[in-house]
Design a protein around this ligand. Sequence first.
Ligand SMILES: N[C@@H](CCC(=O)N[C@@H](CS)C(=O)NCC(=O)O)C(=O)O
Length: 166
Amino acid sequence: MYYHPESNFSRKIRIFLAEKNLDYELKEVNLVNKPPEFLNMSPIGQVPVFVDQDGTTIWDSTLIAEYLDETYPQPEFYPCNRRQRFECRKWEELADTLGDNIIRLWILNLTGDLASTYYRQKYETLINRLLPIFDMQLRSAKYLLGGETWTAADVAALSHILHLTV
Ligand SMILES: N[C@@H](CCC(=O)N[C@@H](CS)C(=O)NCC(=O)O)C(=O)O
């Protein structure tokens, strides 16, 4: 898997790989100076990118997560039931939107761009709007879908929210 150690989206897939007990090799990508071979694999130019043993190459964490769950189903992270699966995808998407804004704010703080008040406010506003939605959902249940086990939605939320602490 092509990744970056400080990438929350890479963390999401590392959790999947670990939970599914799959052997894998990590290749760190220089995100400041992206190598051409990486850009050839990833049209979006972002980590994670997963390359399976047969050469199947997938970019975008949600596509990778779905591919892993279909190809290596144990344990399952997406419910089989259509309605439940949709709920799971909805919470995963919301978590990833939170993750997008957390990583953008993190990069902004890292680069210390003083002309960035507009973007800082934009990211902070969205983060502050989304966090209570997760908080509310988890007040009455241990997991986002309310069941007995975690799903892809919880893996995504955990990966991104953990980034707020680094
Ligand atoms: N939608 C993508 C987002 C991935 C993403 O934002 N990756 C960040 C690191 S956490 C990245 O590679 N940033 C480098 C860049 O955008 O140039 C996914 O789910 O994989």
